[in-house]
Design a protein around this ligand. Structure first.
Ligand SMILES: Nc1ncnc2c1ncn2[C@@H]1O[C@H](COP(=O)(O)OP(=O)(O)OP(=O)(O)O)[C@@H](O)[C@H]1O
Ligand SMILES: [Mg+2]
Length: 245
């Protein structure tokens, strides 16, 4: 007998076929929608720099965060994922671990479905939570229902084991997070991941905020690999990667 849904706001489980049919059309996702643009090339350069740090091909979990809100984390995460998946044989998973203002499904044009929260609560197997997208080699794990205790869930042993499991199944796992200065979630995840990419909006984020964020992510056990600069004009695109000195 079918179980009655005790909470009508609960999202449905994902339908993998539905997701594969929806094309990526958002212009911010330049690697997919303007693949010959300068911005797309900058994301490929960022991909190459990260890949060069990974010569043995061991899979990597990367947390993407920024000091402040709205610096371009989600757009950078998805562009990087599409650029990584252009490399032959590369399977990439984008995890939306922004359990406050999630946006990955929205950028992909997909409806909200069950995801990370349900996996972390033991209510949904990972395999049923992950959706392939129309972008070849790119899958997503959406946030699911937004919990009131995001830090507790994301800092749990279960999150660590989910990350380890995903690391085995994908070449790269890119984890989108909320701004690090307002919520501790990015620091918690950064300490579990292989590396952290710090997104910085040029000309807007005060330098000392970036330094404070960098230092606090590392103090909590994270490995900041470099920065991704956003907000540059096309002719002055410095969206790129700076190796840690
Ligand atoms: N490379 C880009 N080209 C054009 N627009 C961009 C680019 N990167 C970000 N934006 C714009 O900046 C805004 C914020 O981008 P995004 O959603 O990626 O930021 P965020 O850091 O993930 O925000 P939040 O902190 O709310 O999660 C959006 O309106 C997005 O369209
Ligand atoms: Mg975001």
């Amino acid at each position: 007998m079918a179980e009655l849904n005790p909470n009508p706001r609960t999202f449905e489980a994902a339908d993998p076929d539905e997701s594969r049919r929806v094309p990526l059309t958002r212009e911010e996702i330049a690697v997919a929608t303007s693949p010959r643009s300068q911005v797309a090339e900058q994301f490929r350069a960022l991909r190459n720099s990260i890949h060069a740090l990974n010569p043995d091909g061991a899979s990597h979990t990367l947390v993407v965060t920024s000091a402040l809100r709205g610096e371009g984390k989600t757009v950078a995460t998805i562009n990087l994922a599409v650029a990584m998946a252009e490399m032959p044989g590369t399977q990439v998973l984008v995890v939306d671990a922004d359990l406050h203002q999630p946006a990955v499904e929205d950028y992909f044009g997909l409806p909200r479905r069950q995801g990370l929260t349900e996996v972390l609560r033991g209510k949904l197997p990972i395999d049923l939570a992950v959706r392939q997208t129309s972008s070849t080699g790119v899958s997503i794990l959406g946030p699911g229902e937004l919990p009131s205790n995001s830090s507790e869930l994301l800092g749990s042993d279960r999150m660590r084991s989910v990350m380890n499991r995903l690391r085995q199944n994908y070449s790269y796992v890119l984890i989108d997070t909320p701004a690090a200065m307002s919520i501790s979630d990015a620091s918690l995840l950064g300490a579990m991941a292989d590396g952290i990419l710090l997104v910085v909006r040029l000309g807007e984020t005060p330098r000392h905020f970036v330094e404070m964020t960098h230092n606090s992510l590392e103090a909590l056990g994270g490995n900041v690999l470099g920065t991704c600069l956003t907000g540059a004009h096309e002719v002055d695109a410095r969206q790129g990667y700076a190796k840690k000195s």
